[in-house]
Design a protein around this ligand. Sequence first.
Ligand code: PBE
Length: 277
Amino acid sequence: TSDAKGKIVITGKKFTEQVILTHLLAEYVKANTDLDVDVKDSLGGAFMLQQAIENGDVDMYVEYTGTGYLNILKQPYDPAKTPEQIYNETKKLYNEKYNIAWLKPLGFNNTYALAMRRDLAEKLGVKTYSDLVKHSSSLTFGSDAEFFERSDGYDGLVDTYGFQFKKKVTIDPDLQYEAAKNGEIDVITAYTTDARIKKYDLVVLKDDKQYFPPYHAVPIIRQEVLDANPGLEEKLNKLANILTDEKMMELNGEVNLEGKRPREVAIDFLKAEGLID
Ligand code: PBE
């Protein structure tokens, strides 16, 4: 296990952004502390990572506020709440229930957004989710497996808007943009920091009933690890607001469009920010 002082296990979810962020945390901790860093290959999504961090198999990963709030804590989402309120409540409840600390946010929001090919959206005259409802019975809908299981996922989306999609397809989140572009799937749940939305000229529709919550990216860490390592929290909080939506999209694009390796992208970014030598 990772209980002994001196070692930290870092991981992430199974999509590009999370692989970059895993390396970003790992390289930063390596360069700025005496801790022995163990980068673990992705175990899966939010539910699996929650198990792993509760068990102590993993010490730190990046979670998103709305994901923790709705899926792990099972809190109901009220769109009147600000992103700061969601963050503060999530932080408090994780601390009380799981002894897991939410550090300061990295600075960007990566939300789900229904997206489609521009020509199709224009042909149908669709700009908002509500516009899409009357066309949904002739359209296919694709998302990653987790979306069909989540509290902020498919069932709630369909209930909120009244969609009746012709067909549901499960697809790896990193393959959905290509599938939308090629016309294999009509409507996807794009992640808004993915550079392929622009590259493939997909249109992001407006969530006019505010179904999706904010999803600000935040490093989370077992409190025991912070307690065993005085000064670590302060060092990690130097990562507060180092990213924006645009910057994260750019880094994701370096991997997904330019074929760079996630670890190199993370290292180059940290160097450019003066966070490692
Ligand atoms: N997100 C949006 C999800 C997937 C898409 C990044 C907030 C999550 O990983 O929880």
